[in-house]
Design a protein around this ligand. Structure first.
Ligand code: ADP
Length: 242
């Protein structure tokens, strides 16, 4: 993209017609892969993400095993076909960073001490990127862990708030991320009211930061409800089958 698009239109709506506090259309499903212990597919508008969880299982290589808790490993990866320009398949610095922050967010919620000497492996594959891949990836990973039956203190819903054209907006897409002034992804565990991931790219005033957190929590609560419903749906289906 070469020319800066109009991010906030004269009618106060965003470039794609959303209100500032509106999420993109969200879809989610669990149990989408047979071979993984848990899996989930999540869409935030044009962002499409798949997560797969294996474990708790034996650690290889063995020397990585922790005597008192499970090791959580996480790989965030963008498929080479996920962006308009083909992305190099080699892990980028960005992917290494995102794998780390997502792992840390999940580690704070999983009861790792229940499974010493094991590993829980989380794979996040971005199939199509249109902004907010780390937050959609975190939501998908949390659903996949729940689908695998891994005990956790809470689920976590990810969503990013941005500042575009001077306005705070919820769930930014790629255009808003690229041309906006700030981007603040959060991961929110709604039942225990804890923020387990918080990053900020750009500058916000103190007031904007506080308002941004409020907006992000509100959006994350909506996503969190959808996550619970998605998990319920799966178990109702299992009940029907037995
Ligand atoms: P997030 O996806 O969590 O918002 P970033 O803010 O780093 O993370 O990226 C914003 C968006 O920029 C991504 O969602 C994606 O649409 C785009 N993007 C990121 N990396 C690349 C890349 N290597 N090639 C093309 N587009 C990319």
């Amino acid at each position: 993209m070469f020319e800066k698009p109009v991010l906030i239109r004269e009618d106060g709506l965003r470039h794609d017609g959303r209100r500032p506090d509106e999420l993109r259309p969200i879809k989610m499903e669990v149990g989408v892969l047979y071979n993984a212990d848990g899996s989930a597919y999540v869409e935030y508008g044009g962002t499409k993400v798949l997560a797969a969880v294996y474990g708790p299982r034996e650690v290889h290589p063995r020397h990585l095993a922790l005597p008192d808790r499970a090791l959580i490993r996480c790989r965030y990866h963008m498929a080479p076909f996920s962006t308009s320009d083909r992305k190099s398949p080699a892990p980028s610095r960005r992917e290494i960073e995102l794998s780390k922050v997502i792992r840390e967010a999940l580690e704070s919620l999983v009861f790792t001490d229940l499974y010493p000497r094991t590993t829980i492996d989380v794979f996040i594959e971005v199939l199509q990127a249109d902004g907010g891949t780390r937050t959609a990836g975190l939501t998908a990973a949390s659903l996949a862990l729940a689908d695998a039956g891994v005990p956790m203190r809470d689920l976590v819903a990810g969503v990013a708030v941005g500042k575009v054209g001077g306005v705070l907006v919820l769930d930014i897409d790629e255009v808003e991320d690229e041309f906006g002034e700030a981007d603040m992804p959060i991961g929110y565990a709604a039942s225990i009211d804890e923020i387990v991931l918080l990053q900020l790219n750009g500058v916000l005033t103190r007031e904007e930061f506080i308002e941004g957190i409020r907006l992000a929590k509100k959006g994350a609560e909506t996503i969190y409800k959808m996550m619970k419903e998605t998990l319920h749906r799966k178990y109702l289906k299992v009940l029907e089958e037995v």
